[in-house]
Every structure is written in structure tokens, then in C-alpha cells.
Write a protein that binds this ligand. Structure first.
Ligand SMILES: Nc1nc2c(ncn2[C@@H]2O[C@H](COP(=O)(O)OP(=O)(O)O)[C@@H](O)[C@H]2O)c(=O)[nH]1
Ligand SMILES: [Mg+2]
Length: 375
């Protein structure tokens, strides 16, 4: 929200043409309801159900209301923020009981196909499965990975499964918050297993590692030289490396790749204390090797819960979350600051044309920011 209490979607260049201001701090429940029912914003993007209705619906596992609740969480509009936080507060006591599993790998590795097979397997075992996605490309283009939903057609129709594509809009940090909070909603709705898919490019896998209990890396055969360089960083985040597409003529090669990975993993720092990261083979397309992977995850859960590593990680993740959110907020308030917005292009030009140093420019920007912040 901007300093003058205008909603973020109003035109900051023309404050005069927009008379609405955002109300800060709706404190009581009663007020929140009145605010919601006032009808002033009824047109686009207003939410029919009240926070109480959403709370009840989510706890009952009502998928329609769960979807509405997630939409509320994902909304970038400031006026939904308080409602979303109230909802989360109501649901917090019912969260945390699932096993959270992250899945990464380069595009084409077979993540979506794997989730379709793995998710279906879990549903058949009687679990309820929620699938979420963190997709950095969609957060840039504003689109969501629709292709994935078609890859998961069978799972999408399964009454025990719930699939939510990546939230769009905003930068990765925002997607991060939304995915975490969506995860909590799904847990409150009674999902036992949460699967979070992310493309293994850039920082998104680190972000997902920070929100899950178990993290796996999907790879393909013929890694060869590639294996030496690029994946070491990611491999050190993984609790399992899955060589996918171990089927047909590729099966033998996949077994060899698995051994190669095992040799390398042996020398790496394990991602989870007390747990030996190993490589496995599977065919997501033919659903083979899936049971072995689930058995490993069950063993991991049992073992880390006994040793306390499981809870310890979750506590650390929550703590990390606080700090990453502070950074996000600072980032946002800085770049949305009207005076910064005005001065930044000019100062940027001065730096680029060599008229002043980067440090001096940044220093000045912060002086501008701090001065008007504390007014
Ligand atoms: N042969 C074979 N093909 C697979 C397997 N898993 C995925 N694929 C194919 O690989 C392509 C990419 O899969 P997708 O799940 O979209 O990968 P993602 O980009 O990692 O989500 C698709 O054409 C899949 O049909 C597998 O286990 N075996
Ligand atoms: Mg995919």
C-alpha cells in the first residue's frame, strides 16, 4: 500500500482522480464483516463468503471454499490482506500435520508426470494429496502453468487430490509467501501429503527447500559431465535423487546413472542431518519405482521425527520465513515509495553516465526513504 493510503492498483501519478483510500487496521471481527459486506467494493474481486464461512469450509475439507480461501490469500489487493490473515490465524491450530515434499528438476525431467503417478499412488493408499507449484517463470509472465494441469489429468479428477497452479503476479518473494500460506490452508483442510513442484532454475529450488520436509531432485540419464559441475549445489539440497524415465531402452542406462549419482552423493554434505541421500530410479510414465520412493520418504519421516531433526527443521523454516518476509516488505515499501519512484530514474541515469558513484546514489535514496518514512 502506498503512503497516502491508496490501494496499490490506483494510479500513483494521478492521486486526484481516485478518491478511495484504504482503511488501515480493521481490528475486530465484527468490523471485518461490516467492511466486507459494505458493498463498496462488491464489483470485481470481492469475496462472497465471510472469513468465518471460509474457516468452517476449509476445516470441513470443502474444496470450493478451500479454493476461495486460496484465492483470498493470493490476492494482491490490500483490502483482502486482513481477511486473509484472520483466516490463517483461525486455521493455524489445525496446520502442520502433513508431510511436505518438494520436487525439482529441469524442465522436461518429468516432474508433472511424476506427480501424477506419485499422487495417484498416494491417493490409492488412502492419503489426501495437495499439489502446489512455485514457478518463477509464471511469476514473471503473470501466467500459470496450465500445461501441468493437463499433465496431471488423472490426478486432477481424483476426489482425494487437489491441484493448485502457481500463483501469478508479483515477484518470487510474493509467490513464496502465497505458496507457504496455501500449504497451511491445505493442511487445515485435511491433506496428508503436500507436493510442491518447482522448476530447477535459479533460486526457486532453494525457496522450496526452505518450505518442505523432504526434497527430491528429478534427473535424467546420461548426466555424465553435467553431473560433475552444475548439480552439486542442488544435490546438496536433496534428500533423494530420482533418475526418471527408467523404462524401455533407457532402463539400463538409468540404472548406471543411478550408481553414478550414488558415488557422488557419497562425498557430498547430506541435506538432512542423519539421513543418507540416495539415488533411485523410476518411470513416472509407467508408475514403476514409485513405491520404493514412498517407502524411503516414510522411513525419512520416522527417522527424523525420532531424532528431532524434523521438528527442528520446521522451527528453523518458520524463523527463516519471518526474516524473508521482513526483506520482502522492506523491498516493497522502498520501491513503492512515491518519492523513491520519482527520484530513482534520475539518480540511476546519473550513475550510469558516470556522474556519481553507486554508493553515493544508494545513500541518497535511503536518505529520501528514511526521511519521509519517519515524518
Ligand atoms: N519415457 C518416459 N517419458 C516420460 C516419463 N516421465 C515424463 N516423461 C515425458 O517427458 C516429457 C516431460 O514431462 P513433464 O512431466 O512435463 O516434465 P516437467 O517439465 O519436469 O514437468 C513428457 O513428454 C512426458 O510424457 C517417464 O517416466 N518415461
Ligand atoms: Mg511440469
Amino acid at each position: 500500500m502506498s503512503k497516502d493510503m491508496k490501494p496499490e492498483w490506483s494510479d500513483s501519478e494521478r492521486p486526484d482522480i481516485f478518491s478511495t483510500t484504504v482503511r488501515k487496521g480493521v481490528e475486530t471481527e465484527a468490523e471485518a464483516v461490516v467492511f466486507q459486506k459494505s458493498g463498496r467494493f462488491k464489483k470485481k474481486g470481492s469475496f462472497g463468503p465471510t472469513v468465518e464461512e471460509l474457516t468452517k469450509g476449509v476445516l470441513e475439507g470443502n474444496r470450493g471454499l478451500l479454493a476461495r480461501a486460496i484465492t483470498l490469500i493470493e490476492s494482491n489487493a490490500e483490502r483482502h490482506f486482513l481477511q486473509a490473515q484472520k483466516l490463517l490465524q483461525n486455521l493455524l491450530p489445525y496446520t502442520g500435520k502433513s508431510i511436505r515434499i518438494g520436487i525439482t528438476g529441469v524442465p522436461g525431467a518429468g516432474k508433472s508426470t511424476f506427480i501424477e503417478a506419485f499422487g495417484t499412488f498416494l491417493c490409492d493408499q488412502g492419503y489426501r494429496v495437495a499439489v502446489l507449484a512455485v514457478d518463477p517463470s509464471s511469476s514473471i509472465t503473470g501466467g500459470s502453468i496450465l500445461g501441468d494441469k493437463t499433465r496431471m489429468e488423472k490426478l486432477a479428477r481424483n476426489p482425494r487430490a487437489f491441484i493448485r497452479p502457481s500463483p501469478s503476479g508479483g515477484k518470487l518473494g510474493g509467490v513464496h509467501r502465497k505458496t507457504r500460506e496455501t500449504m497451511l490452508l491445505c493442511e487445515a483442510a485435511g491433506f496428508d501429503v503436500i507436493l510442491v513442484e518447482t522448476v530447477g532454475v535459479g533460486q526457486s529450488e532453494v525457496i522450496v527447500r526452505d518450505m518442505v520436509d523432504f526434497f527430491m531432485l528429478l534427473v535424467l540419464t546420461g548426466a555424465g559431465d553435467e553431473l560433475q559441475g552444475m548439480k552439486k549445489g542442488i544435490m546438496e539440497l536433496a534428500d533423494a535423487v530420482i533418475v526418471n524415465k527408467a523404462d524401455g531402452p533407457n532402463k539400463l542406462e538409468a540404472e548406471k546413472t543411478k550408481e553414478e549419482y550414488n558415488r557422488i552423493l557419497h562425498f557430498l554434505q547430506p541435506a538432512t542431518k542423519g539421513w543418507e541421500t540416495k539415488a533411485y530410479t523410476c518411470s513416472a510414465l509407467y508408475s514403476s519405482g514409485i513405491d520404493e520412493i514412498w517407502a524411503a520418504i516414510e522411513k525419512f519421516e520416522k527417522q527424523t521425527k525420532q531424532s528431532g531433526v524434523f521438528e527442528d527443521r520446521r522451527r528453523k523454516q518458520t524463523k527463516e520465513w519471518i526474516y524473508s518476509m521482513i526483506s520482502d516488505q522492506l523491498h516493497d515499501s522502498f520501491f513503492r515509495h512515491p518519492e523513491i519512484k520519482k527520484q530513482l530514474p534520475k539518480i540511476e541515469n546519473e550513475v550510469i553516465s558516470g556522474d556519481r558513484t553507486v554508493t553515493a546514489a544508494v545513500e541518497e535514496l535511503f536518505q529520501i526513504f528514511n526521511k519521509s518514512e519517519h515524518k
